[in-house]
Ligand binder design. Sequence first.
Ligand code: PGA
Length: 246
Amino acid sequence: MSADQKWAVANWKMNLPEDLDVYSKGLACLTGRTRIAVCPPATVMTNMAQALASAPVLLGAQDCHEADSGAYTGAISAPLAARAGARLSLLGHSERRQGFGESDALVARKVSAVQRHGLAALLCVGESLDIREAGAAASHTAAQLLASMPQDVRPDDLLIAYEPIWAIGTGRAALPAEVGEMHAVIRAVLVDRFGSAGRRIPILYGGSVTRANIAAIAAINEVSGCLVGGASLDIESFAHIVRALE
Ligand code: PGA
């Protein structure tokens, strides 16, 4: 992977676009240098894999269980996601950390599990508003990142998303200066941990990215792309974001 290559990753969360066919066709038409990934709900992963078989679009899971198989009702393992066509998995999204009580240690075990099965891990980190207002955004996010990576983490199959919790789904994206500062902090942690390989790990920004603010965000130093929630459900607005990253 290279930090120079731009990424646009769609996270549909527990939603579907209005028309899956229209969306897939629109995605397949997007050609360019930006690497595109889509993380749909697991129930439509195979439909998407078929529709995008000949398109340069990666499919991603929104989460994976730490175990390979077993009695875990409702959960999806990395081997199952891979079999359905996933090539990467979001992990440690704040909606999982907060809503499902996921700890850094659990997220680290999940990173290990998905990489063991050949998927790239897109590891999400970021601070709450309380932490930012207490002046601890950088120290919190650096510590969270370190604690969410397992001993055996492979930097070549790793992407990071900086997602300040207060910017997710709120319509209030972080300011360019805030994003630049936090991405620099994350880059320093990665270089410290992995040496020169840490310079190649893409660092995406996520949190209220839209077609209106993507140009400003894409121009920020150390931003290797975006993880897009709400604005990724509409193919036209996602396509606009992809093109703005070119
Ligand atoms: P949002 O979500 O773009 O709707 O703010 C981003 C995310 O949660 O990944």
